[in-house]
Design a protein around this ligand. Structure first.
Ligand SMILES: Nc1ncnc2c1ncn2[C@@H]1O[C@H](COP(=O)(O)OP(=O)(O)OP(=O)(O)O)[C@@H](O)[C@H]1O
Ligand SMILES: [Mg+2]
Length: 240
C-alpha cells in the first residue's frame, strides 16, 4: 500500500489528485479525488449518460485501456504526444494509476499549455508545437474528449525550448458510442472539429490574457519548485 495522504499533490484537476510517486520521481500517481467520487460524477451527468456502469466514469481505467490499445496499433510513436501509462497500485486514496511524470530538463514538473501561454504567450515555436500535436492527433485518429489547454503539458529542454507537447488527460470516447466503431471518415471529421475548437479556445484565452484577466487556477501547478528540489537532490531514484 502506497501512502499518499501524508504527501502534498503536485496538482489536482476536477477529478483526480496527482502525486509524485514516493519511490520514483519520474512517475506520477493519479487517484480519484475523495471529495468528488465516481458516484458523485455519475450523479452529475444527465440522462442517458448516468445509466452507465460506474467503471465507465473512471478516467484512470479509460486512460489505461485507451493508451494500451493505441500502443498495440501504432506502437511506441504514440508516446511522443501521450504520456506513458504503467499499472494500477493500491494507495490509501484507493486505486492509483502510475504514469510517466512529464518534467522539463531542469527537473521541474512541466507546466500545462494554459500556464505556458499565460507566462510566455503564443510565440511561433509554441504555435509549431501545437501544430505538431494536432497533426499527430488527426494522423493517428486518437480517441479523445475535447483537447483542453490544461490537459496538455509543455516539456522544455535545458535552454527553455519546447521539446514536445504531451496530453495527460481526456483520452477516450466523448459519446456513448465507442470512437473506434465510427467510420474512419467520421472519426477524422470529429477530430478536425476538436482541433478547430482547441485553436479557438487558445485564441479566446489569449484575448483574455491581453485584457489583463487572471486565468482560473485549473491546470496551474502550485508546487513546481518543490518537486524539482526532490528530483534534483536525487532523494528519489528512478527505476525506469
Ligand atoms: N503526468 C503528468 N506530468 C505532468 N503534469 C501532469 C501529469 N498529470 C497531470 N499533470 C498536471 O496535473 C493537472 C491535473 O491532472 P489531470 O488533468 O490528470 O486531472 P483531472 O482531474 O483528470 O483533470 P480534469 O479536471 O481535466 O478532469 C494537469 O492539468 C497537469 O497540469
Ligand atoms: Mg485534466
Amino acid at each position: 500500500m502506497i501512502l499518499l495522504q501524508q504527501i502534498k499533490p503536485f496538482a489536482q484537476g476536477g477529478n483526480r489528485l496527482c502525486f509524485v510517486h514516493p519511490e520514483d520521481a519520474n512517475l506520477c500517481i493519479k487517484v480519484r479525488r475523495p471529495d468528488f467520487t465516481l458516484e458523485d460524477l455519475r450523479r452529475k451527468k444527465g440522462f442517458p449518460k448516468n445509466l452507465r456502469r460506474l467503471s465507465a466514469f473512471d478516467d484512470n481505467l479509460e486512460e489505461y485501456q485507451v493508451i494500451h490499445s493505441l500502443e498495440k496499433v501504432c506502437g511506441d510513436t504514440i508516446y511522443r504526444h501521450i504520456y506513458r501509462c504503467y499499472e494500477f497500485v493500491e494507495t490509501d486514496f484507493g486505486p492509483g494509476l502510475v504514469t510517466e511524470l512529464i518534467r522539463d530538463a531542469d527537473g521541474r514538473v512541466s507546466v500545462s499549455l494554459k500556464q505556458y501561454l499565460w507566462a510566455e504567450g503564443y510565440h511561433s515555436a509554441c504555435q509549431q508545437a501545437v501544430g505538431e500535436l494536432t497533426h499527430f492527433w488527426l494522423a493517428q485518429a486518437v480517441p479523445s474528449r475535447e483537447l483542453l489547454t490544461h490537459n496538455i503539458v509543455v516539456q522544455l529542454d535545458d535552454i527553455g525550448n519546447i521539446v514536445r507537447l504531451v496530453v495527460v488527460d481526456g483520452l477516450g470516447a466523448s459519446t456513448l458510442i465507442p470512437f473506434k466503431w465510427l467510420p474512419r471518415m467520421l472519426q477524422k471529421r470529429k477530430i478536425q472539429a476538436k482541433i478547430k475548437r482547441l485553436n479557438d479556445r487558445i485564441s479566446d484565452f489569449l484575448d483574455h490574457c491581453a485584457e489583463g484577466r487572471e486565468p482560473s487556477r485549473v491546470g496551474m501547478l502550485m508546487h513546481r519548485d518543490e518537486t524539482a528540489k526532490e528530483f534534483i537532490s536525487g532523494s528519489c531514484q528512478s527505476k525506469r
